[in-house]
Design a binder for this molecule. Structure first.
Ligand code: FAD
Length: 350
């Protein structure tokens, strides 16, 4: 069903990564039996929608009992039978394979992994650091370093994909948007974020703005995608409500995919869109995320087995949950969530 939807102002089409147990056959050299690409067909790409029923390959206990805390390093397990392309110890160079414009300021960048066997090795939820060098005034070398969350499936082999918004004054985003196929980007990871321990949380609230959707997508897919190796029965009680704000409707990333999850899991996944500048006929929320919006839609402070994830531009993060600490650790809970009485350990800031 998603494979037939087109992404606005892009010849690229997004699909929700096999949520129906179907896969696309693409003309990628990196395409493998495990290709959960977000890329779908465009005029250069031959895609045959194929209804290949994939089987869930048993239970997959890769965090089970190993990492109970949010900040623990992720342990390897049976899931890691494929070689990991990234290293958490060092930056490694990866070649850009393809770039696909997504909307007026955002593109999808596909980087080649060393072989078609390799996976990113990024567990949920984790991100990577990218870096590029620049010459400091004193002649020494400095690095611009920024975090990004891939949108390709953690099981995807041979490639990794990022959805990156271009900020006019943005150092890294401009650097990446200027890359041409064949150019290299240095990447290091995984950088562990929240450890999604399957079966441990039942009520999930998410508040994000702009590209803050990418870590949320990683979690949503882990919880709902049915064609991965993970044992879905562990998370079948999980309910997720996402509040996703943007400047305009045109800025909403991954909308078709999110709506697709809402349609397929009407009792378990709900998305509320908000925009600062509504177009005529806009039916969603208008303006910033408010106390009332959170109270109306998200699990409350006393909801059992719950967590609220927040990711967005610094001012939004500060208003909702308080800023992160200088060293980028969680910092004190603040903002609206604190006012509403959420406990510190029920909130996670990406
Ligand atoms: C866990 C995590 C995952 C992320 N994943 C992604 C991702 O998948 N895709 C993606 O595009 N970005 C993502 N980001 C944001 C990314 O790390 C950079 O902050 C962003 O690309 C801007 O970096 P820059 O060097 O281009 O801009 P900078 O040089 O740092 O800033 C330049 C200008 O852009 C503004 N700006 C910077 N970041 C933002 C923002 N997020 N919202 C609004 N204005 C901003 C600044 O105020 C400034 O005016 C993620 C951030 C985190 C913390």
């Amino acid at each position: 069903m998603f494979a037939s939807r087109s992404v606005a102002s892009s010849s690229l089409r997004f699909r929700p990564l096999g949520m129906f147990g179907t896969r696309s056959t693409c003309s990628f050299s990196t395409n493998t039996a495990n290709n959960n690409s977000v890329f779908s067909r465009n005029k250069n790409w031959t895609v045959t929608a194929s209804m290949l029923v994939t089987t869930t390959v048993g239970a997959y206990f890769y965090f089970n009992g190993l990492n109970k805390g949010h900040h623990r390093a992720y342990a390897d397990s049976a899931a890691d039978e494929k070689p990991n392309a990234f290293s958490p110890q060092e930056f490694r160079a990866f070649k850009l394979k393809e770039v696909h414009p997504y909307n007026h300021n955002t593109s999808i960048f596909r980087f080649r992994l060393p072989t078609d066997e390799h996976v990113s090795g990024l567990h949920v939820a984790s991100c990577v650091f990218t870096r590029f060098p620049y010459k400091k005034k004193d002649g020494s070398t400095g690095y611009i370093i920024r975090p990004y969350t891939p949108i390709s499936h953690e099981e995807s082999q041979g490639y990794v994909e990022f959805m990156i918004k271009n900020y006019p004054d943005g150092k890294m985003s401009k650097h990446i948007h200027n890359l041409k196929p064949g150019d290299e980007l240095e990447i290091k990871g995984p950088i562990p974020k929240y450890n999604w321990d399957q079966g441990k949380v039942e009520n999930v609230g998410m508040i994000c703005g702009g590209t803050g959707i990418t870590p949320m997508l990683q979690l949503i897919r882990k919880i709902f995608d049915t064609d991965s190796k993970f044992d879905k029965t562990k998370d079948e009680k999980v309910k997720v409500t996402l509040i996703f704000t943007n400047q305009t409707e045109d800025d909403i990333l991954l909308r078709k995919e999110l709506d697709g999850y809402a349609k397929q899991f009407p009792y378990r996944f709900k998305v509320i869109y908000g925009v600062d500048r509504p177009s005529p006929g806009w039916k969603g929320h208008t303006g910033f995320v408010t106390k009332e919006l959170i109270q109306k839609h998200l699990p409350g402070p006393d909801a059992p087995s719950s967590v609220i994830f927040v990711c967005g531009p610094d001012p939004q993060l500060a208003a909702i949950a308080g800023p992160k600490a200088e060293d980028k650790s969680q910092g004190q809970l603040g903002g609206i969530l604190k006012e509403l009485g959420y406990p510190q350990d029920h909130v996670y800031k990406f």
